[in-house]
Design a protein around this ligand. Structure first.
Ligand SMILES: NC(=O)c1ccc[n+]([C@@H]2O[C@H](COP(=O)([O-])OP(=O)(O)OC[C@H]3O[C@@H](n4cnc5c(N)ncnc54)[C@H](OP(=O)(O)O)[C@@H]3O)[C@@H](O)[C@H]2O)c1
Length: 342
């Protein structure tokens, strides 16, 4: 089945049945109830979101990709077969990402674009999406995420608005649905307790379609994945290779499994992510790596290998929360502020 056909456009916000039954008194915009589902393997993996839209399992990440490099990287990725690009207003490269998409010649309708609302824009959601759409040179994004559950005062990024929480931000993001500017809305860096707060809030009428979080064998977060699954929220794994200068690449357990398959450690990490039911968005600006990271077909890990990688004991976290005005990680499953970065 072609990517084009899989990127169906029947999307509508959806509220899960368990959520709905407890919130039945609310004015609801429920059109149908769906749980997330996975189909296909390797680069042909798609996940059906709670809205009915299908997100491609493998995307290109673009954090820290410099504007001059990212245009070519995005073009190369699309020409190699990727159909999912992950960016953010905060990355400062949306314009070049948009240009790379145009340069590739791949029709917009075949590409899944995710971008994110930056923290200083939480009170200006409409302006935030307008800025992203303008830079990306597109009329809509497939997925719009609240980048962090933390708003910042634009003039002082370490200051949080006293009169605003992520629940207010989500209320405003919900208003975008139906405008044609976003196909799906979701969150990022949400731990279980913050998701519970969001789902319980009176103003919440839409269950996030996606929660994008840091996931790799040194930060596997099984409880968050299980919670999201139960609520019908798809999980995307960021820093899925362990990010820049990743110590994971030299991990012995990973190395042995990679050797057994005749694959690179990075390919094994991506397959691990997909086989755990998460989409993966490896970042690279190196053409050979972009192509290698998309060679995931015709092989897979055994369930035992997936488990072995999930059980690696060392912990590290790429993205902490000390740079934010409020804490967002509460050590619910070893993801607190005391986890070392690498
Ligand atoms: N929502 C959030 O808060 C959040 C936070 C972090 C990341 N993200 C998203 O997730 C994406 C991925 O995470 P990430 O950028 O932290 O890191 P990552 O994808 O885990 O790792 C990227 C690093 O791995 C290198 N690399 C890529 N493929 C390789 C290969 N086959 N062999 C050896 N090295 C390889 C890249 O180098 P080169 O580029 O030099 O090739 C880069 O240094 C981001 O780009 C972004 O889109 C989201």
């Amino acid at each position: 089945m072609s990517y084009c056909r899989l990127l169906t456009r029947t999307s509508r916000p959806c509220i899960s049945s368990s959520f709905l039954s407890s919130r039945i008194q609310r004015p609801s915009i429920l059109l149908r109830t769906m749980t997330t589902a996975q189909e296909g393997k390797g680069t042909k993996t798609f996940f059906t979101l709670n809205t009915g839209d299908k997100i491609p399992g493998v995307g290109l990440g673009t954090w820290q990709s410099k504007p001059d490099e990212v245009r070519v990287a995005v073009r190369d990725a699309l020409l190699a077969g990727y159909r999912h690009i992950d960016t953010a207003l905060a990355y400062g490269n949306e314009a070049e990402v948009g240009q790379g998409i145009i340069d590739s010649g791949v029709p917009r309708s075949e590409i899944w674009i995710t971008t994110k609302l930056d923290n200083p824009w939480h009170k200006r959601v409409e302006e935030g999406i307008a800025s992203s759409l303008k830079d990306l040179q597109t009329d809509y994004v497939d997925l719009y995420l609240m980048h962090w559950p933390s708003s910042s005062v634009p003039e002082d990024l370490m200051k949080h608005y006293d009169d605003w929480t992520f629940i207010d931000t989500w209320r405003e993001m919900q208003k975008l649905v139906g405008t044609g500017k976003v196909r799906n809305i979701g969150v990022s860096n949400f731990v279980i307790s913050n998701l519970e707060k969001l789902l319980k809030a009176e103003s919440t009428t839409i269950v996030p379609a996606v929660n994008q979080i840091e996931l790799h064998p040194n930060m596997p977060s099984p409880k968050t994945i299980a919670f999201c699954k139960e609520k019908g929220i798809h999980v995307t794994a960021y820093s899925c290779l362990g990010s820049t200068d990743s110590p994971l690449a030299g991990d012995k357990t990973l190395g042995k499994i990679a050797e057994a398959h005749g694959k690179t450690p990075q390919q094994v990490l991506l397959q691990w992510g997909l086989q755990r039911g998460t989409s993966v968005i490896p970042k690279s600006v190196t053409k050979s790596r972009i192509e290698a990271n998309f060679q995931l077909d015709g092989w897979e890990l055994t369930p035992e290998e997936v488990e072995t990688l999930s059980s690696i004991k060392d912990r590290f976290k790429v993205c902490g929360d000390s740079w934010l005005p409020v804490r967002v990680f509460f050590n619910e499953e070893g993801d607190g502020g005391d986890v070392p970065s690498h």
